[in-house]
Design a protein around this ligand. Structure first.
Ligand SMILES: NC(=O)C1=CN([C@@H]2O[C@H](COP(=O)(O)OP(=O)(O)OC[C@H]3O[C@@H](n4cnc5c(N)ncnc54)[C@H](OP(=O)(O)O)[C@@H]3O)[C@@H](O)[C@H]2O)[C@@H](O)CC1
Ligand SMILES: Nc1ncnc2c1ncn2[C@@H]1O[C@H](COP(=O)(O)OP(=O)(O)O)[C@@H](O)[C@H]1O
Ligand SMILES: [K+]
Length: 466
């Protein structure tokens, strides 16, 4: 994934293009820029192999006609399939400039290098069945497929499946990334995403996550100045222990595991505190040294868990809620979370998210709406992790190791997030840092990782951010 790259919707991309036109750049000139980027990458991946280019009726097809012309002029063996009547304007003009061999879709013969210029950001409905089948077949028989902007059949704004085939090797995003490159079916169908800079300024509050910058403790640092995290134990103590160990390895200065059985295995550096009842918890959380509380991993959903949740809610310090705490909140999440004065982060997976929030639109839209409703920063986990703040900022992490799909890795994330929070991070910043470190630790741990392995890799991941 390209780090720190802007992500824009189809409408925002069109508005950015309009602003470029208003500055005096012609539509043909912008299409030449897009087409030459496509030609450059196609030549690189074709490596001398014959090329088949599919050109649709809109501007995505216009880019395809430009690329076809430039590649042919450079001596490549190019044939082209035209579908639909080119739209009036730049696409029609670029079509008119193409003088090479052209066939209809149903007469097309597969070639080793396939370029998909059927549809991009203008796709408004599912691909027609026959078209989808021919496209899938040509792609299957090609040795390499490059999609212009997005694979045809991926919804630009949601990543939803509108009939795109599998097996696309590279998508060359034009001007900026779109949600469809990172979300839902788009994540799996785009292949490797490359970004062509077309010199179209975009003002994006949505970005892919980037490596955080972490400060080495100073000569004046001490355990309390580096932040104290309290992790509350529940029915499954292993989950809270994972969160507590992740908070330690994540750089917190002091971590307390509080519960009725906090004495089990674990590092001696982990401070244990017996908390048997909601009253005990209230007394413990009144300690003004506590900089953040983690509640939810392995908490359980019984009355005791509910009572603990009420007490934690009333605590005047930052709160990180995960797992069972989120299930307990359920559809009351917005009502409850909106009442807190101190900042809150919640880290639902999609099951937990769907139990808390309704909402329509893409995963980004739904997460943003939930963040605004709850006034909490939300880390909506999954293969496409969306982080959204109540202010409307978004960070997206796609393509993390699928080996993360194992029990306890979310608990590690919750503890790691708390460590970033107590080190002074506000809003989306600690969430982005935690998500990056988590994904990097997974990469370092490699295949068949278990949650404990992530914790062991955190120091190495952190060392890359100093
Ligand atoms: N703006 C610019 O200057 C620049 C834009 N750039 C490029 O333009 C792309 C966006 O172009 P675009 O907006 O023309 O849309 P595009 O994706 O080609 O498709 C629209 C056409 O498809 C049609 N159609 C839609 N769905 C359909 C379906 N399921 N089945 C069949 N038909 C369907 C739709 O017709 P209609 O919906 O009216 O039936 C319309 O004719 C963008 O991704 C990038 O590659 C770059 O060149 C930089 C400069
Ligand atoms: N297929 C996947 N690809 C990448 N990351 C994943 C995948 N599945 C899960 N993850 C990540 O692993 C973690 C799992 O968290 P969660 O579902 O809460 O597990 P648990 O509750 O068992 O700790 C999250 O950070 C999530 O983003
Ligand atoms: K395309």
């Amino acid at each position: 994934m390209i780090p720190g790259a802007p992500i824009v919707t189809a409408a925002e991309m069109r508005a950015a293009e309009q602003a470029v036109f208003a500055r005096g750049v012609s539509q043909d000139e912008l299409m030449e820029r897009a087409g030459s980027a496509v030609a450059r990458e196609t030549a690189r991946f074709a490596a001398g192999r014959p090329i088949l280019i599919l050109a649709g009726p809109g501007n995505n097809g216009g880019d395809a006609y430009v690329a076809a012309r430039l590649l042919r002029n450079d001596g490549h063996d190019v044939s082209l399939v035209a579908t639909g009547v080119p739209a009036p304007g730049a696409a029609e003009r670029m079509h008119a400039l193409w003088q090479g061999p052209t066939s209809s879709l149903y007469a097309a013969r597969p070639r080793p290098m396939l370029v998909d210029g059927l549809f991009g950001t203008g796709l408004t409905r599912p691909l027609e069945r026959g078209l989808a089948a021919v496209f899938a077949d040509l792609s299957k028989q090609a040795e390499f497929t490059l999609a212009i902007d997005l694979p045809s059949g991926i919804d630009t704004d949601t990543g939803g499946d509108l009939g795109a085939p599998g097996g696309i090797d590279v998508s060359l995003a034009l001007g900026a990334l779109k949600p469809g490159h990172l979300l839902d079916a788009g994540l799996a169908r785009c292949g490797t995403v490359l970004l062509a800079d077309l010199d179209i300024p975009v003002d994006a509050r949505w970005r892919t996550i980037a490596r955080p910058s972490i400060e080495t403790p100073s000569a004046h640092s001490h355990k309390y100045s580096r932040g104290l995290v309290a992790v509350i134990e529940g029915a499954m103590p292993g989950a809270a222990r994972l969160a507590a160990r992740a908070a330690m390895a994540g750089g917190a200065g002091y971590v307390v595991l509080a519960g009725d059985r906090p004495w089990g295995e674990g590092p001696d550096a982990l401070v244990r505190r017996e908390v048997r009842s909601a009253e005990d918890l209230a007394e413990f959380l009144a300690w003004d040294r506590i900089d953040a509380v983690v509640l939810g991993p392995g908490l359980g959903r019984d009355r005791r868990a509910e009572a603990f949740l009420s007490v934690a809610f009333a605590a005047p310090c930052p709160l990180i809620l995960d797992g069972d705490a989120l299930t307990l909140l359920g559809t009351g999440a917005a009502r409850w979370l909106g009442t807190r004065d101190a900042p809150t982060w919640i880290t639902p997976h999609s099951g937990e998210f769907d139990r808390m929030f309704a909402g329509a639109g893409s995963k980004i839209d739904r997460t943003l709406a939930a963040a605004a409703e709850t006034r909490a920063t939300i880390v909506h986990k999954g293969a496409d992790t969306v982080i959204a703040s109540p202010k409307g900022d978004v960070r997206l992490l796609a393509g993390a190791s699928p080996w993360l799909s194992t029990a306890g890795t979310g608990d590690v994330l919750a503890g790691l997030l708390a460590a970033q929070v107590v080190q002074g991070g506000k809003g989306i910043v600690p969430a982005e840092a935690a998500a990056w470190l988590h994904a990097r630790a997974a990469q370092l741990a490699g295949p068949a990782l278990i949650a404990d392995d992530l914790i062991a890799q955190l120091p190495k991941a952190i060392s890359e951010c100093l």
